[in-house]
Write a protein that binds this ligand. Structure first.
Ligand code: E4P
Length: 224
């Protein structure tokens, strides 16, 4: 399973990419608003420059014609832009139009398997079931990921499943077990995946023992 960062914060993107574990980014209008940028376009261009993979950027129009116009505009900003379009009737119409033009779409705000199936049939390259927001309403968000993956595999549907609205590290493990192609995670969750107190304790104990023995790490002069 690939990992995307769910953020529009440039510093988080920079740090995540530096670790070599992030292969894409997803943004949404709320995340863009939180980034506090004077220019949405400049923000997207910078993210696209930093990220070695797809960067999802969302349309804000609600009608199909407006979505199509915005999708064409966004897709022209950088070769790695993937246009995020919500799973509404207008959205499906826009997805089917722009995907035929070769524009890659991430169909967003999916809360059911049927919505994911419709998005895939309209031509979306990615679907994003929102796990955390479903869990918040007392439903099993990961079941939508699991069932969508199973159905896409059974019918050889190439649309990739992005487990979105990820809230904690256990969601990431569950997404991987459910067969999601990608989990898009907030930077905080990426750090939570990394950190373990036993790693910190183990590391300081190793170094204490090393120092107590008076050992030194000898590198060859002029070494790499
Ligand atoms: C997905 O692409 C969305 O940006 C995101 O995962 C929404 O997550 P939230 O429920 O934490 O806002």
């Amino acid at each position: 399973m690939e990992l995307f960062l769910d953020t529009a914060n440039i510093e988080e993107v920079r740090q995540g990419v530096k670790l070599g574990v992030v292969s894409g980014v997803t943004t949404n209008p709320s995340l863009a608003a939180r980034a506090g940028t004077p220019s949405f376009r400049d923000l997207v261009l910078e993210v696209c420059r930093l990220v070695p993979g797809p960067v999802s950027v969302e349309v804000t129009a609600l009608d199909a014609g407006g979505m199509v116009r915005q999708a064409r505009e966004l897709a022209g900003w950088a070769p790695n832009v993937v246009v995020k379009i919500p799973v509404t009737a207008a959205g499906l119409e826009a997805i089917s139009t722009v995907s035929k033009e070769g524009i890659k779409v991430n169909c967003t705000l999916c809360f059911s398997v049927n919505q994911c199936l419709l998005a895939a049939r309209a031509g979306a390259a990615y679907v994003s079931p929102f796990v955390g927001r479903l869990d918040d309403t007392g439903h099993d968000g990961m079941a939508v990921v699991r069932d969508t993956v199973e159905i896409f595999r059974r019918y050889n549907i190439a649309t990739k499943v992005i487990a979105a609205s990820i809230r904690h590290p256990l969601h990431v493990v569950a997404a991987a077990k459910a067969g999601a192609d990608i989990a898009t995670v907030p930077f905080k969750v990426l750090m939570q995946m990394l950190h373990h107190p036993l790693t910190d304790i183990g590391l300081s104990r190793f170094l204490e023992d090393w120092k107590a023995a008076g050992l030194e790490f000898e590198l060859p002069v002029g070494g790499h």
